[in-house]
Write a protein of this length. Sequence first.
Length: 143
Amino acid sequence: MSISDLFDSGFQSRNKGHFSSIIRIAMEDGILSEEEKVFLDKLAVHLEISPEEYAEIIENPAKYPFNPPYLHVRRLERLYDLSRMISANHIIGPKQKETLSKYALALGFTPKNVHYIVDKALSLMVLDADLDTFVYEMENMHK
């Protein structure tokens, strides 16, 4: 196996883990809304998830582990995707905050400030922030 094969394999594994975590959020209420489906379809293309892999992950999202990225900006990008899925139904309450908090902790955000991070992330979703704005605002929230 070449080095590029190892990289591609690891990259795909992380993408599948990320995609499966978003599917778990989408399926949490037992209903996959049209808005969630559209988001998942676009995300699958972005993450290079094949239709076969998509179907397999939908069937058993727990099969793929959640692998947080090393770089802080990549963690923010993953938080953005998760926040978008949490807010897809335009209902943000304690359950949604609790779910996003769990994933934020899994991404490596600290328990000390996870609630502040989640509140900020969800407030940016209410404002319909794009990825660049989200990352900028999250990186500069303490300044």
